[in-house]
Write a protein that binds this ligand. Structure first.
Ligand code: DQA
Length: 153
């Protein structure tokens, strides 16, 4: 059971595979900000909204599954860009369903305007909602949406 009586809200920010290369990875699609810069923007936005964000990135599916399990009792919600695992990982989907923490899915690019294989998300059906296509701003919008959701439960 979530205990929202203590502040600030704690949010786990999960970045999936290849997002460690942001800044130099296909900048025409993903923008020029590095992951560290995006994390700093998230921390600043969180501070404005009385929330503390805890970012982590992994290229490994099992590490991300473990992080979701460990989020139970530690965080109020999860902001997740699962990268390519969005389109392949039943395990990540099941982990989010298992811990039953509110999760918001974000993508830098608009996955529906890209290749067909990116149009399906395994995360979407267990997320509160999804934000896709606004570059780094997707993360900030996603954080705002998650905090709004948590504060209005
Ligand atoms: C992404 C979109 C995915 O299709 C891709 O595999 C990524 C990044 C995005 O943020 O736009 O790694 O999640």
């Amino acid at each position: 059971m979530l205990d929202l009586t203590f502040q600030p809200l704690s949010i786990l920010v999960l970045h999936g595979p290849n997002l460690n290369l942001l800044g130099r990875r296909e900048p025409g699609i993903y923008g020029s900000l590095t992951l560290a810069e995006i994390n700093r923007l998230l921390e600043e936005e969180g501070a404005k909204l009385q929330a503390k964000v805890y970012p982590m990135q992994s290229n490994h599916e099992g590490v991300l599954v473990d992080a979701i399990h460990e989020a139970l009792e530690k965080y109020h919600g999860i902001l997740i860009n699962a990268g390519a695992y969005t389109h392949t990982s039943v395990a990540l989907r099941d982990a989010i369903a298992a811990v039953n923490l509110p999760a918001v899915e974000v993508h830098l690019s608009n996955i529906y305007r890209r290749e067909e294989f990116r149009h399906h998300s395994y995360i979407a059906s267990v997320a509160v909602g999804q934000i896709s296509g606004f570059g780094a701003q997707s993360y900030l919008l996603g954080l705002q949406a998650l905090l709004y959701h948590l504060q209005n439960l």
